[in-house]
Design a protein around this ligand. Structure first.
Ligand code: VG1
Ligand code: CO
Length: 543
């Protein structure tokens, strides 16, 4: 099994986005496309000979084929040992857990997360470093630079490795070890949460529904919620992972998780509902007829962290992405712990966690997590909620409303305009940016603009600077409008408008968010010239 050196030519579009390289499956299937990117990773990370790598993905279409290529390339590039999830399956948080637990050099995760899958859908690939977290920008940039100059890649000419049974095989001197996809992750969860208390809650008649959206969390949710915690098998819906996610859009929000939303808002709704995304790192939390915004969920978890065994010592600090609401900031202030504001994407939390500066992190995009791994973690958030519910024994809605009564409510919503022509979307951003001088100090209805800026972040640990991470319009009363272009889409551009207003008055906490934010939504349209520039009247998705 000799190493083959295959000549190739660079592709110009292999720049990783918010979370790895995402393209249509057909793009990845083109000759040399995947191989070029994998070789660029290997060239950029310079792993010492004999290093160990973790490989796994969310099971979407092309997962197995890509893994076979990666294994043969890893062997040709001098890796000594690869841990692969059974049938190529590892959720993103499970991959992070395995990288850390076995102290490997890093891992390659195959996922396009919430993007649809299937032959006409999306595929994605990213590299995580030895801390289990997404590669920081200096590494993704080095990979991109390499991808533009690559002239050859190395691969072994060998038959495919069997991935459907646990055990070890050898591939040109490299050990391929197929591991159980869920065991390590489940063991980690058992160290963090009071499984006995949750078991008692579920035995007391408390009803829950978890929607795996035919994505990777099905087997994890079954192993934990059903096998360990005693929920009925029917509590986990859409539990079988499918390569095309059953034709759905595995994004756990009110629009795409509609099966679950109907049940949770129906006549005989369960007490608790949750959903996860394609690769298992996102979560949506619902109560009976009640939706918990991800920003509120993070704040609430931070406020009640001491109720949960893994966090009983308290939390060192918290971090949120810039567009995430400031609800958690209020909790941090009361707990007298630091609160960091980072750009969008989990890669910015890693340094803070490694340095012990933060324990909990979150994003408005249904991502919550802690320093137990270095990725956001959907089932972890579900278990955190169940643990809190097991102790408080109150409805989800009551818990959230009491939190608002105590801290005030950061009314929040995100409006996404998907598949816009890139030039129009870029035009909106540039127009708002160019308007900063006239916007500052402007009075618009009951709001006065205090400042406007392009968010820039200096990492407090390594000093690296990330610029142009979203446009912020900040109002005198603490309200905000943020404009940002998505870095995970594969077709056209997605413009995200994030809206936030602070409401201290508990008598107004019952208001619907869209209603409460009505005036800010109008202002966002006005200052961005959205309708004129994009022709769109309504967002594609509201969360
Ligand atoms: C989106 C979210 C961001 C998240 C990223 C990856 O990025 O906004 O908060 O970290 O997806 O999540 P963007 O650039 O499209 O706004 V996942 O679960 O798709 O890996
Ligand atoms: Co995801």
């Amino acid at each position: 099994m000799a190493v083959q050196i295959i000549p190739t030519q660079p592709f110009s579009d292999q720049k990783p986005g918010t979370s790895g390289l995402r393209k249509r499956v057909t793009v990845f299937q083109a000759p040399h496309y995947l191989e070029n990117f994998v070789q660029s990773i290997f060239d950029a990370i310079k792993a010492p000979a004999g290093s160990t790598l973790v490989v796994g993905g969310d099971g979407r279409f092309y997962n197995i084929e890509a893994i076979q290529i990666i294994l043969k390339m890893a062997a040709a590039n001098g890796f000594g040992h690869v841990l692969v999830g059974e049938n190529g399956i590892l959720s993103t948080p499970a991959a992070s857990c395995v990288i850390r637990k076995y102290q490997t050099f890093g891992g390659i995760i195959l996922s396009a997360s919430h993007n649809p899958g299937g032959p006409q859908g999306d595929f994605g690939i990213k590299f995580n470093t030895a801390n289990g977290g997404p590669a920081p920008e200096k590494v993704t940039e080095a990979i991109f630079v390499r991808s533009k100059e690559i002239t050859q890649y190395k691969i072994i000419d060998a038959p495919d490795v069997a991935l459907d049974a646990l055990g070890e095989t050898e591939l040109a001197g490299m050990k391929v070890e197929v591991i159980d996809s869920v065991t390590d992750y489940v063991e980690l969860m058992e160290t963090l949460f009071d499984f006995e208390a949750i078991r008692q809650l579920l035995a007391s008649g408390f009803r829950l529904r978890f929607d795996a959206m035919h994505a990777v969390t099905g087997p994890y949710a079954r192993a934990i919620l059903v096998d360990r915690l005693g929920a009925e098998a029917s509590a986990v819906m859409n539990a079988v992972p499918l390569p095309d996610f059953g034709g759905g859009h595995p994004d756990p929000n009110l629009t795409y998780a509609h099966d679950l939303v109907e049940i949770m808002y129906g006549a005989d709704a369960p007490d608790f509902g949750a959903a996860s995304d394609g690769d298992g790192d996102r979560n949506m939390i619902l109560g009976k007829h009640f939706f918990v915004t991800p920003s509120d969920s993070l704040a609430l978890i931070a406020a009640d962290a001491r109720l949960v065994p893994g966090y009983v010592q308290g939390i060192a600090g918290v971090a949120r992405s810039m567009p995430t609401s400031a609800a958690v900031d209020r909790v941090a202030e009361e707990l007298d712990i630091p609160c960091f504001e980072t750009p969008t994407g989990w890669k910015f939390f890693g340094n803070l966690m490694d340095a012990g500066k933060v324990t909990l992190c979150g994003e408005e995009s249904f991502g919550t997590g802690s320093d137990h791994v270095r990725e956001k973690d959907g089932l972890w958030a579900v278990l955190f909620w169940l643990n809190i519910l097991a102790i408080k024994r109150q409805p989800v809605e009551t818990i959230v409303k009491r939190h608002w009564a105590r801290f005030g409510r950061n009314v929040y919503s995100r409006h996404d305009y998907e598949e816009l022509p890139s030039a129009a979307a870029q035009g909106v951003i540039e127009h708002v940016r160019a308007s900063f001088p006239v916007l500052e100090g402007k009075v618009l209805g009951r709001y006065t603009i205090k400042t406007c800026d392009d968010f820039s972040y200096t990492d407090p640990v390594d000093g690296s600077v990330s610029q142009k991470q979203g446009i912020r319009i900040l109002f005198e009363d603490g309200s905000r409008i943020v404009f940002r272009l998505s870095g995970t889409g594969t077709e056209g551009a997605t413009l995200r408008i994030y809206l936030e207003a602070f409401e201290p008055n508990a008598s107004k906490h019952g208001l619907d968010a869209q209603e409460a934010l009505g005036e800010l939504i109008e202002i966002a349209h006005q200052i961005s010239e959205l309708k004129q520039r994009t022709g769109r009247e309504q967002p594609t998705v509201i969360t």
